[in-house]
Design a protein around this ligand. Sequence first.
Ligand SMILES: CC(C)(COP(=O)(O)OP(=O)(O)OC[C@H]1O[C@@H](n2cnc3c(N)ncnc32)[C@H](O)[C@@H]1OP(=O)(O)O)[C@@H](O)C(=O)NCCC(=O)NCCS
Length: 354
Amino acid sequence: MIIRRAEPNDNKALCLLDSLCTQGQGLVFSYQRVDFFLRPRLYDNWAVYLAEENGSVIGSISTSLKKVRLGSAYVDVGYFFDLRVHPDQRRQGIAVDLIQAAAEHVLQIGAQYAYTYVLGSNQPALTLVSKLNMFTAASFRVFFLSTLDESSGNQALSRSFNRGTTSDAFINAENYFKNYDFYPRDSILSSFSGSQPALPSSFPQSFCGYFNLPAGSSVQGALWDSSVLSPKVIDRVPLALQAAAAMPLFVRKLMGLPRMPPKGKPLRIHHLFDVVWEEVNPGQALNLITGIRACAGIDGGQIVICHLDKRVPLCDHLKKQAFYIMEGNLLLRTPLAGEKPLPVSRAYFDVRDF
Ligand SMILES: CC(C)(COP(=O)(O)OP(=O)(O)OC[C@H]1O[C@@H](n2cnc3c(N)ncnc32)[C@H](O)[C@@H]1OP(=O)(O)O)[C@@H](O)C(=O)NCCC(=O)NCCS
């Protein structure tokens, strides 16, 4: 088995491997990517490694180097993602070797830390990261919300593709997240300028805009369509959701269940992120989110998901709208050694990471 940098002509094999590697239990998706490199290309500084045996691709890992806020300073941090090992080749130490290659790479280019995410139901990966001395820096929840139809979206949202010029709410977003760790200094979204978004070619049609309620409200949310970068199909549905899906329409609506496509059919997932709101007025935030869910529905989406640090008070409100919630951990360590890094405060979740 060798580990080497992936090249463009490895794309097909990497996509096939990716489609075989589902994660966790419960509601499980299978990736159906056609360009494996689209995701890493969202970052300025990326590399993909693969494990190969007898000419077959049996493992992968992607890395990027990001400047993120940790404590009071921005530090260079390696982000590890797309860790996959072929189902027939597991428990031979391939994942450990891939992580080692990724860690050496990010260390060489200046990373002080490395981080990754693991779903709470992904027992193999949880055991793996604990063996590698990665520490839970933050726990997060993934809220799954159904999209809504047009009639529910009567909140008259305003939409913009430009963070800088539309209203104070947009301008204050960075300020709003100033106490969050893992806030990226060079977020791809912060590069938008002018009335049209200057979308990089690796970022096609994904960003659906920033939304706010008009007339002086200080709530804001943004929407991203991940089906371009990470097309998915449903692989497994938990029994409780299967049973709920068999209920009459009005019950399903009451439970906030989405229109799930049949197995094997592509699922359109939108990501809600950068939600700026005031704790004293959760009603406004929930109005905004209802409107955004309707926009995602009009856009052809079935599900809106939102990743939030468990400690963020918005979690309490979102769980009332969610039809499904996943748990996960953000894991951090120094790239090679296993020293325990500084404790971190609330984590910001960069939408590109998902
Ligand atoms: C998670 C995954 C990458 C592990 O790959 P792997 O090559 O089998 O892992 P390794 O052989 O390097 O395992 C190293 C250690 O991790 C732990 N581990 C790995 N798989 C495990 C499993 N199924 N059950 C329990 N522990 C497991 C063990 O401690 C193992 O050491 P051991 O075999 O000496 O006991 C692989 O199962 C996979 O591709 N899963 C689907 C995609 C995924 O979940 N990616 C990770 C996203 S965070």
